[in-house]
Design a protein around this ligand. Structure first.
Ligand code: RP5
Length: 165
């Protein structure tokens, strides 16, 4: 696989980075080349739209957008590209991430943002969902995904017996 990024990750702020490291780690596990930017739908709307508009021509296949609070980043990106957009709602201290979840998921008909769970699990799942999309046209990656799921199941089964006294 070439090093040209296939996935573009945008986060609303550098303060979202600790959550999104989980996304980076999962993409690295699958050897998916990706890029990442911290840009805000509210503080830097023009830069966000430019990145979204140019992504497809740069070879990007999937965009992952993470934001917290009034989380409009995924929606703004989805308005500016036909690439699939996966939204990660960041956990917030004020409202626990319910604010991020609702403002990411509740898109008007016609402009979908595929929204995953709040926080770290969502960051990890965004990566896996992106890999699943890429695997539709990549047989080797599809095999890696199958092995990944099997390994996950094997681990649970190996540790499934709970000792009772
Ligand atoms: C959102 O506001 C960001 O995605 C972040 O989750 C939140 C807070 O941003 P900072 O004030 O920490 O930059 O746009």
């Amino acid at each position: 696989m070439s090093n040209k990024p296939l996935v573009s990750i945008l986060m609303g702020s550098r303060s979202d980075l600790p959550t999104m490291e989980n996304c980076f780690a999962q993409l690295k596990e699958f050897d998916i080349p990706f890029e990442a930017h911290a840009l805000s739908a509210h503080r830097t709307p023009n830069e966000v739209i430019k990145l979204a508009e140019e992504a497809k021509d740069r070879g990007i296949k999937v965009i992952i957008a993470a934001a917290g609070g009034a989380a409009h980043l995924g929606g703004v990106i989805a308005s500016s590209t036909t690439l699939p957009v996966i939204g990660v709602p960041i956990q917030t201290s004020a409202l626990g991430g319910m604010d991020s979840l609702l403002s990411t998921v509740q898109m008007p008909g016609g402009i979908p943002v595929a929204t995953v769970a709040i926080g770290k699990a969502g960051a990890k799942n965004a990566a896996i969902l992106a890999v699943q999309m890429l695997a539709l046209s990549d047989e080797a990656l599809a095999k890696k995904l199958e092995a990944f799921k099997q390994a996950m199941a094997d681990k649970v089964i190996a540790d499934s017996v709970i000792e009772v006294e």
